[in-house]
Design a protein around this ligand. Structure first.
Ligand code: FAD
Ligand code: NAD
Length: 471
């Protein structure tokens, strides 16, 4: 980088938030530099998050299905063996293909990529400690903080990513543990717990709350998800808190007690997965050099246009407010560049979907029943089970349901909650419906191809404003 030249935009962090903003800025004709310290683009999501976890979820599901769900389909298989090394290789191939793809897109859109750690020197200057040694500085008219998040540690348990692991260790274990304890029954705990349970580990999930799934999951869906995961072999301890852990011996000992106090118990494990949430990452960013503060949860404080109190410095993605999701970060990337280039942008935070990639999948958008009750909103609910859906029946994959909630007065859809096969793909229709302010009748009167799983979506809509036909 030339020290004299001032860029239109300097981005710190090459995760989803940073790299998408870089490409969009390049496309808008801005001179842009993206600084990333990990040596590869794509951030948490591509390197150690969404992508590697979905590779393992997909392949561990296939393995589990071949072991347990072929005979009734008329398929007889011989010896089935797990080759964990090869499964990890497949994961690495997916990851490296995608991260290299971003480097190509950077070149195509004239984005300068600097491998190094960035820190604010002053309000327009970022000093970069280069991965390959040495230092440089870059100046920007605008600067975007997109430094993401990291796993929240559990006090008293030192992460070694072998015995005491975060999701980063959980996507890279070299052998299947006999016993795994998962602290936290949110999305990471359930997705990674599923992977290792399918591959043969005895998995116990300890969750502080009375419900699994983390924030936002509808209680009916969470209950059903727990039932189905239990059927697959996972164990759950709800309303239970971990009080201490000891990884000093051969395995790990985890002390738990009832959340409200009471009976204590010690769980033994070979591996403990700490999955109690993630926190914004601003270590070493030099925010103090420019007088920028973070809130009590470590989030960079911004306004509606993603501006910090220094207006040309903005922040998006996991490092600031909102759900820590890759597609949320991506929406913000487009909007923040539009704010810079044109003065306006838009993200509809009421229509950001959530997906849990277990089997069956769980997906939702909008509000759940508990939230609507708490807000005193009157609503109608329509539900349709996959056991009454023709495609689910032909696939012998009938567990779960679609639940739609609409406003009692206007029938405008307020929330959609799905547990079932392909829920993560199906929710896109729900997001579109919410985005366009559709009523359940609008969806019910829309033709859906037969036989498809999405007919369950249509029938749930029918059940919301009237009656389902096939149930
Ligand atoms: P990050 O992806 O964390 O990127 C920030 C980047 O900034 C990092 O690469 C970091 O190295 C770099 N950086 C930090 N500080 C500096 C510095 N000073 N200088 C230079 N570079 C710096 N979300 C989904 O939507 N779907 C999923 O299926 C999903 N699965 C997940 C699975 C796991 C196991 C985990 C952990 C997360 C998952 N997420 C998923 C969440 C998703 O990964 C994040 O929401 C997303 O990565 C946020 O993007 P970001 O760019 O804000 O931050
Ligand atoms: P989470 O917030 O989803 O779940 C954490 C869970 O841990 C909560 O249920 C909480 O009640 C529980 N918990 C907290 N402290 C505890 C304690 N001391 N003892 C027992 N339980 C405790 O967080 P996560 O699962 O770590 O995921 C982190 C972030 O990553 C989330 O924002 C999530 O959206 C994102 N992510 C998304 C996906 C996806 O979209 N499929 C996948 C993985 C991660």
């Amino acid at each position: 980088a030339s020290e004299a030249e001032e860029k239109d935009l300097v981005i710190i962090g090459g995760g989803v938030a940073g790299y998408v903003a870089a490409i969009k800025a390049g496309q808008s004709g801005m001179k842009v530099t993206c600084i990333e310290k990990r040596g590869a683009l794509g951030g948490t999501c591509l390197n150690v998050g969404c992508i590697p976890s979905k590779s393992l979820l997909n392949n561990s599901h296939l393995y589990h299905q071949i072991l347990h769900d072929t005979k009734n389909r008329g398929i007889e298989v011989g010896d089935v063996k797990l080759n964990l090394g090869a499964m990890m290789k497949a994961k690495e191939t997916s990851v490296s293909g995608l991260t290299k793809g971003i480097e190509f897109l950077f070149k195509k859109n004239n984005v300068e990529y600097i491998k190094g750690t960035g820190a604010f020197q002053d309000e327009h200057t970022v000093a970069v400690n280069l991965v390959e040694g040495g230092e440089t500085t870059v100046r920007g008219k605008n600067i975007l903080i997109a430094t993401g998040s990291e796993a929240t540690p559990f006090p008293g348990l030192t992460i070694d990513e072998k015995k005491v692991i975060t999701s980063t260790g959980a996507i890279a274990l070299q052998e299947v543990p006999k016993k795994m304890v998962v602290i936290g029954g949110g999305i990471i705990g359930l997705e990674m717990g599923s992977v290792w349970s399918r591959l043969g580990a005895e998995v116990t999930v300890v969750e502080y709350l009375g419900q699994i799934g983390g924030p936002g999951m509808d209680a009916d869906v969470a209950k059903q998800a727990q039932k189905l995961l239990q059927k697959q072999g996972m164990k759950f301890k709800l309303n239970t808190k971990v009080t201490a852990g000891d990884a000093g011996g051969e395995g790990v000992k985890i002390n738990v007690e009832a959340a409200k106090g009471g009976k204590e118990e010690t769980l033994d494990a070979d591996v403990v997965l700490v999955a109690i949430g993630r926190r914004p990452y601003t270590n070493g960013l030099g925010l103090e050099n420019i007088g920028l503060e973070v809130d009590e949860r470590g989030r960079v404080i911004i306004d509606q246009e993603y501006r910090t109190k220094i207006p040309h410095i903005r922040a998006i993605g996991d490092v600031t407010f909102g759900p820590m999701l890759a597609h949320k970060a991506e929406e913000e990337s487009v909007a923040v560049v539009e704010y810079m280039a044109k003065g306006y942008g838009h993200v509809n935070y009421g229509a950001i979907p959530s997906v849990m990639y277990t089997h069956p999948e769980v997906a939702w958008v909008g509000q759940n029943e508990q939230e609507l009750k708490a807000a005193n909103v009157k609503y109608n609910v329509g539900q349709f089970p996959f056991s009454a859906n023709s495609r689910a029946k032909t696939n012998l994959d009938t567990e779960g349901f679609v639940k739609m909630i609409s406003d009692a007065e206007t029938d405008r859809i307020l929330g959609i909650h799905i547990i079932g096969p392909n829920a993560g793909e199906m929710i896109a229709e729900g997001v579109l419906a919410l985005e366009y302010g559709a009523s359940s009748e609008d969806v019910a009167r829309t033709s859906h191809a037969h036989p498809t799983l999405s007919e369950a979506f249509k029938e749930a809509a029918m059940a919301t404003y009237d009656k389902a036909v096939h149930y």
